[in-house]
Structure formats: structure tokens, C-alpha cells
Design a binder for this molecule. Sequence first.
Ligand code: ATP
Ligand code: MG
Length: 271
Amino acid sequence: MDAEAPMLAADRVSLRFGGVRALTDVSFDVGRGEIFSIIGPNGAGKTSMVNCVSGRYRPTEGRILFGGQDITRIGTSRRAALGIGRTFQNLALFGHMTVLDNIMVGRHHLLRSGFLRGMAYWLGGAQREELAHRREVEEIIDFLEIQHVRKAIAGTLSYGLRKRVELARAVALKPKLILLDEPMAGMNLEEKEDMARFIVDLNEEWGMTVLMIEHDMGVVMDISHRVMVLDFGRRIAAGAPEEVLADEHVKRAYLGEADEVVQDQGEPATA
Ligand SMILES: Nc1ncnc2c1ncn2[C@@H]1O[C@H](COP(=O)(O)OP(=O)(O)OP(=O)(O)O)[C@@H](O)[C@H]1O
Ligand SMILES: [Mg+2]
């Protein structure tokens, strides 16, 4: 990873699905240590953009760079191994498994990639490996304040808690860059405030760079360092939150619809 390069760069990314232009010529970069948000009306291309970063979609044109490395053509699991973690707009927890097991699923990738194994070998033995592993998982559980539900079946939890468990699972991969697609959708005010605090702490204390899609403008403006606005698949503005809010194009294209979009309802969990 090139220490000088931005954490993430999208270079003139376009994405088409048959006749639908989901993204047209979108460029942006996310600096190390930033909280960067993508906003825009429904269907603007936000999830498509994040899917191009995670590797779920491959851009029709343009490039995605991670730490200066061109990752446009590499698959999702290799991107995860490089340090890109994510949560989904629609919950993707294993509903029949416990919270703890759901978080452990996130760790398997680390064990397989030899990161923890190598460290444990150095410390001396499998028992140490297991201990280090558990300690880190418990640290994440503590951090996200889900100790009280660690043995609960994920599918039985409230929506807000399930979103938090999903975040825990993504954090368990120890990503350098975490992609959050509507982390607060369907939450009540208190749950949103908690989630916003977790994201800021992940960024400030855990050093994670955050790329977030969120419809709640209050939260976006509060915690983002920079914001990009998409409209009909095109970038119409980017900059500090106050600059973006003051942008005439943004006011016309997006804020006029704010009453509708802040009312976004969460989706039910899928097992
Ligand atoms: N897999 C797909 N196949 C076909 N069209 C798609 C696919 N994914 C997205 N699209 C289309 O691309 C456009 C952008 O969709 P996208 O989901 O990226 O929007 P969004 O900004 O995330 O919207 P929302 O706020 O509703 O989540 C839409 O017209 C959508 O219908
Ligand atoms: Mg979306």
C-alpha cells in the first residue's frame, strides 16, 4: 500500500445495467482517517458505487484504487483480505445463529489468511491463538455494547441491535476501510445516536476510514468530514458538509426531496 496515496480513489467510474446507467463518470477519493459520506435521492447510484468498491459490481468503465493499488479487477474476498470491510443495506446476518457466532464468522477470514495464525505462532502455540482471537472478539462486543445479547439468536433481536451486530461482524475483519450502507436506516432516534457514536469511535479510536451511505442528513452533516452528492448516477457536488449544503445544485436536486428521504424505513432481516 502506497503511504502517499489516498485510502480509496474512484477514477471516472461508470456502471451500466443494460440500458440503465447506474453511475456515469464518477470520481472521488477518500483520505486516510476520513469519514466520507455519499448522499443522494433514491436510485442515485449510492449502493452501486459502494458495490464497485467492495467488488460486488465491476465498473463498466473506470478504475477503483485502494491505497494506490488498482483493485478494479480483483474479487470481493481478496478485497476483504486487503482491508475493505462492509455492512449491507439489507441486513445480512445469520438469523438462526448466536450473536457471538455471527461475529466469529467475520474472523474466519483472518484465521484463514494467516494473520492471527502467524501472530500466534510467534507468541507460541494454538492456545495463545485461541486466546488472542477471543480477546479481540470480546473487545469488539464490549465496544459495541452487545455483551448482554452475545448468546442470543441474532434473528430474535430488535432491528437496531441486529444492525449493531452486523457492524460488529464487519469490524471483526479489522478493515482499514469500512463501507456502511445506511447504517441507521429504520432506527429510532436513540439507536441512531448510538450508531453515530460507534462510527465516530471506530474512526477516531480504532483508526478506521469510513465510507458511508446515509439518508439522515442530520447525522451525515454531524459526523462526516466530507460528503459527495450523487444524482441520477452523476456526482453533482463534493466537499465539506457546509459547502455541500450551500450548493445550489444540491438544494435543487436533493434537499427539495429531503422530507421524503429522511423517512426511510428499515427493511426486515433476512436469515
Ligand atoms: N443489480 C442491478 N441490476 C439492474 N439495475 C440495478 C442493479 N443495481 C442497481 N440498479 C439500478 O441502478 C440505479 C442505482 O441504484 P442504487 O441501488 O445504486 O441506488 P441508491 O442510490 O443506492 O438508492 P437507494 O437510496 O434507494 O438505496 C437504479 O436505477 C437501480 O434500479
Ligand atoms: Mg442504496
